[in-house]
Design a protein around this ligand. Structure first.
Ligand code: CMP
Length: 136
């Protein structure tokens, strides 16, 4: 089934010059970019995006990180795109993510893990509406 999912290429990836590398992997996999924007978000947008994590111990440093510089937000479309993006991204902790995945190849951190992908159809719908409210 064709799905859309929200991806963030996080500030660590932008700082490290890895945006092209990350985008290439999604495109090579066969996913289509249907929206994309370079943004430097504030704390309110971070809180809206990570609403389910705001009470967690790791949230304050996560907020500092995601607001620390520009990121690239995009919507990807393709067959089973939500699960496919999560497989391409790899496990949350870059130290444990499998080689061949974005995090497994390029991250050594649980926080600065380069990318975000929606974790369910419900999250994808909410996150796409939050980041790209005018996308049909
Ligand atoms: P993401 O897929 O964007 O979803 C929540 C984010 O919180 C996650 O990627 C990491 O950047 C961060 N995160 C999750 N768990 C931890 C943790 N235990 N310690 C630090 N950061 C975390």
């Amino acid at each position: 089934m064709t799905q859309r999912t929200l991806v963030l290429i996080k500030p660590d990836a932008v700082r490290r010059g890895l945006v092209g590398n990350v985008l290439s992997r999604f495109e090579a996999k066969g996913l289509t970019i249907v929206a994309m924007e370079h943004r430097h978000i504030d704390a309110a947008q971070a809180e809206a995006h990570y609403a389910e994590h705001v009470e967690r111990d790791f949230y304050p440093p996560l907020r500092t990180f995601v607001t620390s510089g520009p990121l690239v937000a995009l919507v990807l479309e393709g067959d089973e795109a939500i699960e496919v993006v999560r497989l391409v991204n790899g496990a949350t902790d870059g130290r444990k993510a499998a080689p061949g995945t974005i995090r497994g190849d390029l991250s050594l951190s649980n926080r600065e893990n380069l990318v975000h992908g929606s974790d369910s159809p419900e999250s994808a719908e909410r996150e796409i509406a939050l980041w790209f409210p005018s996308l049909d």
